[in-house]
Design a protein around this ligand. Structure first.
Ligand code: HEC
Length: 137
């Protein structure tokens, strides 16, 4: 049987994204590169802006007086996600400079936290800022 082009189009629009949305967010592929490219230049051991180091899970989870930035399973309580959703004029909107994150990245952060914010310890989870000369965490 020949599938009509129309059906194929519907399937491209409706079937594939649905399938993609069901798979959990992959920290290594979908979250870590964004942290490395867009966040860690300001949130590292030498540039501790906002009292926040995002170079590893342990450092990101360190006690801050403002409270934790990641509350696993609760993106709506996690500043790490909330700051990405603020209007650009807000002082707390992140990234603090340069262009905003694409919507798909913001959504990946939300789902990643919702799914438990899995972030491996050790080398896999360690993020070295690309733009700044900073030591490993
Ligand atoms: C150009 C530097 C810069 C970049 C890039 C940057 N931040 Fe920040 N970040 C800051 C500064 C400065 C603060 C402190 C803001 C304040 O307290 O008003 C901050 C604070 C924060 C806070 C704490 C907010 C709170 O409520 O205490 C979070 C969470 C955060 N940033 C996440 C991120 C994430 C996620 C990214 C990447 C998408 C990012 N930042 C990129 C400079 C930056």
């Amino acid at each position: 049987m020949k599938l009509s082009p129309f059906l194929t189009l519907i399937c491209l629009a409706a079937c594939r994204p649905a399938a993609a949305d069901d798979s959990p967010v992959d920290f290594m592929r979908q979250v870590k590169p964004v942290l490395a490219d867009r966040c860690v230049e300001c949130h590292n051991s030498e540039n501790l802006l906002g009292d926040l180091n995002l170079q590893s899970r342990t450092l990101a989870m360190q006690k801050r007086k403002e409270g934790p930035v990641i509350v696993p399973k609760a993106p709506e309580k996690s500043p790490l996600y909330l700051v990405l959703t603020l209007p650009p004029a807000n002082d707390k909107a992140m990234p603090a400079t340069a262009h905003r994150l694409p919507k798909t990245d913001v959504e990946n952060f939300r789902r990643w936290i919702k799914e438990g914010a899995h972030w491996p310890e050790g080398r896999d989870g360690a993020i070295i800022p690309r733009k700044a000369k900073t030591k490993e965490p």
